[in-house]
Design a protein around this ligand. Structure first.
Ligand SMILES: NC(=O)c1ccc[n+]([C@@H]2O[C@H](COP(=O)([O-])OP(=O)(O)OC[C@H]3O[C@@H](n4cnc5c(N)ncnc54)[C@H](O)[C@@H]3O)[C@@H](O)[C@H]2O)c1
Ligand SMILES: [Zn+2]
Length: 383
């Protein structure tokens, strides 16, 4: 066939390509992951078999579990290199990603090797981002070690890093090969990390499931006292399942009206203005307070439900009496949120415990009333 004939067959000089991108991975819940050395009972070993591994472990996790992790991979005959990562918001940058890629290249990591991330949300995000660009794409496995990691960062497909002063500004959607949730890691978390986890648990409960909310209300003290038991296990499992259900409807976020963004509209500004002194989870807790107050004042949320949310958050508390930004600064930060959500604010407000809705209207006065109210509670410093 001549070129002119080929051209004639296709209208308007356009060749159309259509392929649906498939994502398929399992989220395993396994207690004592690194104590199970039998290939039949440990699907992690099955996946690793015959592949070179680049294992990236959060430095703090390495201090507590490093020996156990190294022994597990050595005893099971895996071919691996292990790298310790200083995971902080300050280091969640493109430089950390490049350093990882550089190390992987020097160690001859191939396209079919596997990145394994072991740590909190920061480690999962940095390693996932590196794996997504290394040799265009290299498989990666997530092993979260915080509550936030297990119920949130671990279950989805988003990877990302901070850019300039903006949180998670650069990133992508990169499905992992698998996720392994082992709640025995949680026993070494500090009170601050547990609080962060509790606020992400409350986030999902408030918009999706009243029964989870009441479980948290009854048993949050168990978590705060590092008493991990059947009840806390159930809460964490339920929260992860709810998030998976919510995310898998639209993994690649073609719809930017997302209920799971509850608690994540004012939180980036709170984190950034405090220069990350306020950790992600606690910023989500403050955002939930602000959003719930706005919902209450708009007559969308009853007084009883607002009082319940406020009193639960006050009992969980915060690691410090943080100094919060002014209402005007929070209001201005909404511009960037609108850019991120393709022009609409899509602020998620709770209607009642277990259900939420969206609004595009939020005034500086509403934010100011909310800030006045929460600062009067003595939990925070006025700015
Ligand atoms: N990609 C996503 O979908 C997604 C979802 C939610 C959150 N995130 C991101 O995750 C980050 C927050 O995650 P995080 O709260 O897990 O923070 P993190 O990764 O900073 O971990 C919190 C702290 O706990 C330490 N740590 C981790 N595991 C530990 C353990 N088992 N014992 C003792 N210490 C341990 C870490 O060293 C760190 O100091 C934020 O950057 C957020 O943007 C991403
Ligand atoms: Zn979050």
């Amino acid at each position: 066939m001549k070129f002119s004939e080929i051209k004639k067959k296709h209208q308007n000089n356009i060749l159309n390509i259509k392929q649906t991108v498939e994502a398929s991975y399992s989220v395993h819940f396994i207690k004592g992951l690194f104590k199970k050395n039998n290939h039949n009972e440990n699907p992690l070993l099955m996946l690793c078999k015959g592949n070179k591994l680049i294992i990236v472990v959060d430095e703090n996790v390495y201090k507590k579990f490093g020996r156990e992790i190294e022994q597990f991979f050595s005893m099971n005959g895996c071919n691996f290199i292990l790298h310790k990562l200083n995971a902080s918001e300050k280091n969640k940058t493109i430089s950390s990603v490049i350093r990882l890629c550089d190390m992987a290249k020097k160690n001859r990591i191939q396209r079919n090797s596997i990145f394994i991330a072991i740590g909190g949300g920061i480690t999962l995000d940095i390693v996932g981002f590196a794996a997504s660009i290394f040799r265009r794409r290299t498989p990666y496995i997530k092993i979260p070690t915080t509550i936030v990691g297990i119920i949130d960062a671990g279950v989805g497909v988003k990877v990302g890093i901070n850019f300039g002063k903006s949180k998670n500004f650069l990133g992508g959607y990169y499905p992992p090969l698998a996720v392994f949730n082992d709640q025995s890691f949680l026993k070494t978390l500090t009170a601050k990390e547990i609080r962060c986890g509790l606020y992400e648990l409350i986030k999902i409960a408030l918009i999706k499931d009243p029964s989870l909310y009441y479980l948290i209300e009854r048993y949050y003290r168990d978590l705060m006292e590092n008493d991990f038991n059947k009840r806390t296990e159930e809460m964490i499992f339920l929260a992860a399942s709810l998030l998976i259900k919510e995310l898998t409807v639209d993994l690649l976020e073609s719809n930017l009206q997302r209920l799971v963004d509850f608690g994540h509209t004012f939180s980036p500004c709170l984190e950034m203005k405090s220069e990350n002194e306020i950790p992600h989870g606690e910023a989500v807790g403050i955002d939930i307070l602000i959003s719930s107050h706005i919902a209450f004042k708009k007559n969308l949320l009853s007084q009883a439900d607002f009082d319940s949310i406020f009193s639960l958050i006050k009992s969980i508390g915060f690691s410090k009496k943080y100094s919060l930004p002014k209402a005007k600064q929070l209001y201005s930060s909404l511009d960037d949120i609108r850019c991120h959500r393709a022009g609409s604010l899509n602020l998620v407000l709770p209607n009642r415990i277990g259900a939420g809705n969206f609004t595009n209207y939020c005034s500086v006065e509403e934010i100011k009333h909310a800030m006045d109210f929460i600062c009067d509670s003595e939990m925070f410093q006025r700015n």
